[in-house]
Design a protein around this ligand. Structure first.
Ligand code: NAD
Length: 272
C-alpha cells in the first residue's frame, strides 16, 4: 500500500519503531530508521532489503542530529512522505508520593526531553520536506494520553503534551501536511525508564513477564502483553493518502477498548 513512499521512524531500533520499520518496508516503502542506538537501528535494517533501508544514529533531543538524518534520507531516497515520531521512555509508574521534588525535577527533564521535545524537534526537522510531497506525520501516543494509571504523572503529562503537539501541528501544517496519531496500549517491548532513577536498563517486557496473568479483565479486549507488530495497521492506513487523505488531527485508539470499559468490574463475559 505504501510503494514508492519514504518514511522516517524515530526509535526504530527496538519495539514498536522496529515493527513499524519492518511493516512499512513490507508495504513497499523506503525507511530511514533513526535511533540513539545506531547499532540497534542497523540490526533491524539488516533484516530488511538493503535498497529500502537506511539506519541512522540520531538523538531526538539534538536538532543537528535530526537535520543530518533528514539530509541523509533525502540524499538516499530523494523525498520524504511520512514521519513517525515514536522514540520514548516510560516513568515506570513512579508516583508523586514516592519521590522528592529534586528527584521529580530530574525525571521530568529527562522524560520531557525525549518524549515531548523529541517529537517537537522531529517535526521541525522534517515539515519542509513533507510540504513538498503533501505528506503526513503519525505520532505514537499511548493510553496515557487519555487516562490515568498508564504511567506516573510525568509520563502521563508527556503523552498529553504529545497529544497537544499533534493537534497544534495538524492546525499549523494544514492543508499540505496531515498530522495524526495512534494511541497504543501495552506492548511487549524493551521500553526503558529514566537514568535519573537508575531505570535506564529496566525493560518493560521484564515487568510483563513478572505478572502472573496475560489478560486483564478491565480491558475489554483483555490482552496486556501484545506484540508490537499487531499495532502497525493504523499507521499504514494513516500514511496512505488514498485511504486517509481527508483525515488530520485524529487519534486512533489501539488500546484494547479502554474507553468502552464502563462501570462494571470487568468488561465482556464468558457466556458470549
Ligand atoms: P522501546 O524501548 O522498545 O523502543 C524505543 C526506542 O527509542 C529504543 O530503540 C531507544 O533506543 C529509542 N530512543 C530512546 N531515547 C532516544 C533518543 N533520545 N533519541 C533517539 N532514540 C531514542 O520502546 P517502545 O515500547 O517500542 O516505545 C515506542 C513508543 O511507544 C514510545 O513513544 C512509548 O511511549 C510508546 N508506548 C509504549 C507502550 C508499551 O507498553 N511498550 C505503551 C504505550 C505507548
Amino acid at each position: 500500500m505504501l510503494r514508492g513512499q519514504t518514511a522516517i521512524i524515530t526509535g526504530a531500533g527496538s519495539g514498536l519503531g522496529a515493527a513499524l520499520a519492518t511493516r512499512f518496508a513490507n508495504e513497499g516503502a523506503n525507511v530511514a530508521l533513526l535511533d540513539i542506538d545506531g547499532k540497534r537501528a542497523q540490526e533491524i535494517a539488516g533484516r530488511l532489503p538493503s535498497h529500502q533501508t537506511l539506519a541512522l544514529q540520531a538523538d531526538v533531543r539534538e536538532p543537528d542530529d535530526l537535520q543530518a538524518a533528514v539530509a541523509a534520507t533525502i540524499e538516499t531516497f530523494g523525498k520524504l512522505d511520512t514521519v513517525i515520531p515514536n522514540a520514548g521512555i516510560w516513568d515506570y509508574n513512579r508516583s508523586v508520593t514516592r519521590h522528592s521534588g529534586a528527584e521529580l525535577a530530574q525525571v521530568f527533564d529527562e522524560v520531557f526531553a525525549i518524549n515531548v521535545k523529541g517529537y517537537l524537534l522531529t517535526v521541525e526537522a522534517t515539515w519542509r520536506e513533507l510540504v513538498k510531497t503533501r505528506g503526513s506525520i503519525i505520532m505514537t501516543l499511548s493510553n496515557a494520553a487519555f487516562y490515568a494509571a498508564g504511567g506516573g504523572p510525568i509520563y502521563t503529562a508527556s503523552k498529553f503534551a504529545d497529544r497537544g503537539l499533534m493537534l497544534q501541528f495538524a492546525y499549523e501544517l494544514a492543508p499540505k501536511v496531515r498530522v495524526n496519531a495512534v494511541a497504543v496500549g501495552g506492548m511487549r517491548t524493551d521500553l526503558r525508564g529514566p537514568a535519573a532513577l537508575g531505570l535506564e536498563t529496566r525493560s518493560f517486557q521484564q515487568t510483563l513477564d513478572r505478572r502472573p496473568a496475560r489478560s486483564n479483565p478491565y480491558i475489554p479486549l483483555h490482552d496486556i502483553s501484545t506484540e508490537p507488530e499487531t499495532f502497525t495497521g493504523p499507521y499504514v492506513m494513516l500514511a496512505s493518502s488514498r485511504e486517509a487523505g481527508n483525515i488530520t488531527g485524529a487519534i486512533i485508539n489501539a488500546d484494547g477498548g479502554i474507553a468502552a470499559r464502563g462501570f462494571q468490574n470487568s468488561a465482556g463475559g464468558d457466556e458470549l
